[in-house]
Design a protein around this ligand. Structure first.
Ligand SMILES: [Zn+2]
Length: 423
């Protein structure tokens, strides 16, 4: 048997196996159970979150006749009757899937809708699924509108779009709209885990974690990446190989870099930057990942325990959160975002990346000697767990929560001009 890609092989065939869209599934099931069916549905959401899958399941629900051939509309399609099997196999004449991106002209739409006037050949409902509906021309929308206004009772429309803003209001207002959510990396990873178990392919959980983040909210993209990883890793999906395949860096390297910047170890930081390039990692990707690391550090500083998906790097993130001030994290994050925006204008990616490092070093808070985290003078660090003060807040005479291990400035420094910076 030829190899079937995972996204197809593991496409859910009933509501119960849909991952991550509980709110939509619950509403649809309720409508089916109560027999309160709308004649047009609109599914919105990014690619690969389950719009087509949901539409096929809904078509089965509407047309399932049950194993004994006597069933009616149901929220639990049997999967065995002729209608269920035909829809699963893509040969059900009364379930019509159209990609509006390629069939967008008014003639095609008119023809299609003319056929909607005829009763279904061998089914309860004729279901039209129009994918990427926002791509239809204005005339095609108008042609559709008439049918949407007064559809024959045996016709159901399921419209899907990644861009609901481009769908005319007149169409939107005639549809029951469902917004499909982006998949959380944790949901994608756990689905991958269960697929790999059933497929009997060994995979490191950390490798699946990296893949699930690279999926950027799309289950289909995630499963395509998993396919690719299985081929790339020749059977055993490991973190190391997945990182090599995606060209993403070891998160430890970014933690190392953050530490080097924090401690003013400029030479080591630049050496590491060069090595990142030699490893074939894109600097643009590295900047993005680094900003994402800063984001996590900032969250951990404010709400310890709120970061749950950091896997093995959590411990280091916690350590960095304790070693940096919230202001430093904010500044570094800003510098990284700016570096990403500047990347196109930088002489080259290496220059763009290293300038970000140098900028972080240049803007390190005053009062810290290079190579040391011990303040030379003034400005004791606020206690790390304490609420951060706004940067612009006036400095109180006596900082309220100086950590015990750092001597406050009035202990050994003469009370002179507070703006007398480093020497
Ligand atoms: Zn059935």
């Amino acid at each position: 048997m030829s190899y079937q890609v995972l996204a197809r092989k593991w496409r859910p065939h009933d509501f119960e196996s849909i991952v991550g869209q509980e709110h939509v599934v619950a509403a649809l099931k309720h409508a089916l159970d109560e027999n309160r069916l709308h004649h047009a549905y609109l599914f919105t959401g990014t690619r690969g979150v389950g719009k087509t899958t949901l539409s096929r399941i809904l078509a089965k629900c509407l047309n399932c006749t049950g194993e004994d051939g006597k069933g009616g509309v149901t929220s639990h399609p049997c999967g065995k009757c002729e209608a269920c099997r035909a829809i699963d196999e893509g040969r059900f004449v009364d379930y019509i899937e159209i990609d509006a991106a390629s069939n967008r002209s008014v003639e095609e739409m008119t023809q299609l809708l003319e056929r909607a006037m005829y009763a279904p050949t061998n089914a309860r409902y004729k279901v039209y699924m129009i994918d990427e509906v926002h791509m239809l021309s204005a005339h095609a929308f108008n042609a559709m509108l008439k049918t949407l206004e007064e559809p024959p009772e045996y016709v159901k429309f399921i419209l899907a779009t990644t861009d609901p803003q481009k769908v005319p209001v007149t169409v939107l207002s005639r549809c029951l709209q469902f917004n499909l959510k982006n998949m959380a990396p944790a949901a994608v990873a756990s689905h991958m885990q269960s697929i790999m178990q059933q497929e009997g392919i060994p995979a490191e959980p950390a490798a699946l974690e990296v893949l699930s983040r690279a999926a950027r909210g799309s289950m289909r993209d995630g499963l395509s990446l998993l396919d690719q990883a299985i081929a790339f890793c020749a059977g055993n999906v490991t973190l190391e190989k997945v990182r090599a395949m995606l060209g993403v860096m070891d998160s430890d390297v970014l933690c190392d870099l953050t530490e080097m910047v924090l401690e003013g170890r400029a030479k080591e930081a630049l050496d590491t930057a060069r090595k990142i390039g030699l490893d074939g990692v894109s600097y643009t990707q590295a900047v993005r990942d680094w900003a994402s690391l800063m984001h996590r550090i900032a969250i951990v500083q404010r709400v310890p325990g709120a970061v749950t998906d950091a896997g093995s790097s959590l411990e280091r993130i916690q350590k960095l959160a304790g070693a940096m001030t919230p202001e430093e994290v904010q500044l570094d994050y800003q510098i990284l975002l700016q570096a990403r925006a500047d990347m196109a204008q930088a002489p080259d990616e290496y220059a763009g990346f290293t300038m970000a490092i140098l900028r972080m070093l240049a803007f390190k808070p005053a009062g810290f000697a290079p190579g040391s985290r011990v303040p030379e003078k003034k400005e004791p660090q606020p206690a790390l767990q304490a609420e951060a003060k706004p940067v612009s807040a006036p400095q109180p005479e006596v900082p309220p929560e100086a950590p015990a291990d750092i001597a406050p400035p009035w202990v050994d420094a003469a009370p002179e001009d507070p703006d007398r910076g480093e020497h």
